[in-house]
Design a protein around this ligand. Structure first.
Ligand code: CP
Length: 326
């Protein structure tokens, strides 16, 4: 197996295969059956930046396939804090592992780490650069949600909104979306937090219609609205981030006014729960088109698929199936 560092490494066929294997994981993730295809394998989960969903769903996914998980949380608990290089750290930890998942605050740090690793490394987010497994679970979610309306991914009208400058999930998702056909993508953000030009170029060069705007009216009338959090940890000061808070709030009244009847709402989470942030109001929690918790749940399926593909056991799942005994 090889590393998963960037979504740029995938073509449309490889993405389809990942989504197909993710779909095949439903019986195991929903506990209808067990699968022990990775029995005895060890995942080292290295999270040098905070995480709830990515870290825990990576671990859960690996355990659902029968493997063991070992976790390192925070740079202060690792000898990186004594000045050890990412290369040496990787060379050592890969000797203890069959696969490594890693998150780190610096852009391209996971790629640097992977050079020292003797086993596959999966990027769980490297600064503002990429979050490839999130983009794959987002794409899986778009496909699953749209299947309710007999739609595929080609031809969709999708809004990406919020902090598009620092949000690595929207960077990775845009790259993946560029593999599809005839999309209309609206990039809705404060001027200072616009999508980087190199990502806009990826979309336009792939022939998609890209609409850059600061207005909600007329633009949320889409198949999917993907909201993001102001990435305060990527600003030079908290005060700088604060000025953008509450700019483009999505709530019940905005949904009724601007969205279509069945616009699906996504968000990579975490959402900022402080009332003044209000990026995705809890008054939408009872809206059946709010996909955020299904989206987070799909993270387990997609990460199971990535482990199975990376370790070459994707065609052996049924062979290692067991009944649920509890
Ligand atoms: N979506 C996401 O990456 O969440 P965490 O930061 O909690 O892992």
């Amino acid at each position: 197996g090889s590393h998963i560092l960037s979504v740029s490494q995938f073509d449309r066929d490889s993405v389809s295969r990942i989504l197909e294997v993710a779909q095949a994981m439903i019986p195991y993730a929903s506990r209808q059956k067990r699968c022990h295809v990775l029995e005895g394998a060890i995942l080292n989960n290295l999270f040098f930046e905070p995480s709830t969903r990515t870290r825990i769903s990576f671990g859960t996914a690996f355990q659902l396939l029968g493997g063991f998980v070992h976790e390192t949380v925070g740079q202060e608990s690792s000898s990186l804090s004594k000045g050890e290089s990412l290369f040496d750290t990787a060379r050592v930890i890969s000797g203890y592992s069959d696969v490594i998942a890693m998150r780190h605050p610096d852009m391209h740090s996971v790629a640097e780490f992977s050079k020292g690793s003797t086993v596959p490394v999966i990027n769980g987010g490297d600064g503002a650069n990429e979050h490839p497994t999130q983009a794959l679970l987002d794409l899986f979610t778009i496909q699953a949600e749209m299947s309710r309306f007999d739609k595929g991914i080609d031809g969709l009208n999708i809004v990406l909104m919020g902090d598009l400058k620092h949000g690595r999930t929207v960077h990775s998702l845009s790259r993946l979306l560029s593999l599809y056909k005839n999309l209309t993508i609206t990039l809705l953000s404060p001027k200072e937090l616009q999508m980087p030009a190199y990502i806009v170029d990826v979309l336009t060069n792939a022939g998609h219609k890209v609409n850059i705007t600061q207005t909600m009216a007329g633009n949320l009338n889409s198949d999917v609205v993907y909201q993001t959090r102001i990435q305060q940890e990527r600003f030079t000061s908290l005060a700088e981030a604060e000025q953008y808070r509450g700019h483009f709030s999505l709530n019940k009244s905005v949904y009724q006014q601007y969205c279509k009847e069945h616009t699906v709402i996504m968000h990579p989470l975490p959402r900022d729960a402080r009332p003044e942030a209000n990026e995705l109001d809890i008054d939408l929690n009872d809206n059946s088109n709010l996909a955020i918790f299904r989206q987070a749940q799909n993270g387990v399926l997609v990460r199971m698929a990535l482990f199975a593909l990376t370790l070459g056991v994707d065609e052996k799942l049924t062979q290692y199936e067991k009944e649920v005994t509890w």
